[in-house]
Design a protein. Sequence first.
Length: 280
Amino acid sequence: MPTDLYPRRIVSLQPSATVTLAALGCLDRVVACTKYCLDVVPELRGSERASERAIVADSWTANREHILAAQPDLVVASVPYQLEAVADILKAGVRFLGLAPHCLNDIYTDILAIAGVVGRPTEGHGVVAAMQREIARVRERVETAQPPCLRVFCEEWGKPLIASQGWVAELVEAAGGEFVGTPGKQITPEEVSAADPDVLVAAWCGAGDRVPLEKIVSQRGWCELRAVREGRVYCVPDEYLNTPAPTLLQGLRSLAAALHPALFLETPVPRSIAAVPTIE
């Protein structure tokens, strides 16, 4: 198959696409990416082409001039898109691959789609198979030990309060938990209080591991929740759960360590708050 059929100059507007390109061995083709891509794929900073690689806005705030200045033959983005920029990219004759994952199967499909476009289908199937094996391994480990099933509320944003996406709900279930709320939907602090989950997990988009746990618990009136009383309020780094790519395996391990630390001693437990003493 002629290699000139495949893109050699790729602009990635989404960290998940950059992570996938790295897993496929195609980082050398990335001529522009977002600053968030550098956080999840740090090897971009030290690569031979680092000084030549342009930093552009993400999918939502995309700037057509900056993108086209990189002379791409493929642009990869994910929802939400900046529709005007997408239209301009297509008008310029540049291939555009748009992603919109909601669940793990969607993520596997996206990985295979990227792999097919860049001419690495075998590697793509290998990446997906490795993810599936690790998820199955964690699931089997939890099921074999038969620990109690803990009810878990995971949030991807704090104002407004939004539950994490569908793939996070699947990872919570694989780690031996039960997801509280509707994935990807807004929920009130009062509704979370009424559910009284065993575990609270904050993974805010763009916040890394800097979510102020004590502050949100206090402001939302959650001090009496079971999770807070027992010190089971955790911050999982944003990129571990909000990057729909192989990075999710790190999120899965973090969730498993938070829910069942005795079963996953090799994985550090995510940052948490101290238990609130019960007042008699």
